[in-house]
Design a protein around this ligand. Structure first.
Ligand code: SAH
Length: 217
């Protein structure tokens, strides 16, 4: 896939997802992809390296969350791995402070290198293991907590609230859709409130996704 087609597909995908992307973002995502592919040859970061797949399964899947993080001054991505969803979200919303945490040093090595290569300000890769004690772990709290492919919903709802600033929210990225009543039940068990949830599909593969947002009750 050449760069022109990549950018076209990206714009088309974002349109289908209902998220806006300014013109300067696609070239940055291309740069991120080349860093990812370069590093992946040495360090095992992701099984997804074909450009079509990186585009949809990493980039569009991350950018689909934009409506849920809109307006946040700070975002914390726990178990960020190769930087998803945090890095594409940072590229799309450069004013947002983004901290990307992973327990594996070589992944954080990539995150730091990618942040430097992209010249990102107010973005940080942090080598830490999140276990519910942000101060002790040196992990800063944020307005919005996010993670992808990190924990199942019950574990995520147990862990994430400790990292949220007062008035902030926890986003859950879910694969298989769960009924709203189920989400509400998981929330009220923990004195949380279900703020919103929505189901959608990725634009090219049709893969099902669900996003749920929680806050303190
Ligand atoms: N979010 C990325 C990576 C998912 S894999 C994506 O969707 O592509 C889960 C990642 O979480 C791995 O990189 C693993 O090293 C990291 N991880 C697992 N437990 C962790 C913990 N307690 N704290 C921080 N990172 C953790």
């Amino acid at each position: 896939m050449d760069n022109t087609r990549f950018v076209d597909q990206l714009q088309q995908g974002c349109q289908a997802l209902g998220v806006g992307l300014s013109e300067d973002v696609p070239p940055k995502l291309l740069r991120l992809m080349s860093e990812l592919i370069k590093w992946n040859a040495k360090v095992n970061l992701t099984a997804i390296t074909a450009p079509e797949e990186v585009l949809e399964k990493h980039f569009l899947d991350s950018l689909a969350v934009l409506p849920e993080v809109e307006g946040a001054a700070s975002l914390l991505d726990l178990g960020a791995g190769a930087g998803f969803p945090g890095l594409p979200l940072k590229l799309a919303r450069p004013a947002m402070t983004v901290t990307l945490v992973d327990a594996v040093g070589k992944k954080v090595g990539f995150l730091k290198a990618a942040i430097a290569a992209l010249g990102l300000k107010d973005a940080r890769g942090l080598h830490a293991r999140a276990e519910g004690k942000p101060e002790a772990e040196g992990i800063p709290r944020a307005e919005v907590l996010i993670a992808r492919a990190f924990m199942d919903l019950p574990d995520w709802l147990n862990l994430a609230p400790a990292y949220v600033l007062p008035g902030g929210r926890v986003v859950a990225m879910l694969g298989k859709a769960q009924p709203e009543a189920e989400l509400q039940a998981r929330a009220s068990e923990r004195a949380l409130r279900l703020v919103s949830s929505r189901q959608y599909r990725l634009p090219f593969s049709g893969a099902e996704r669900q996003l749920a947002v929680f806050s303190q009750a």
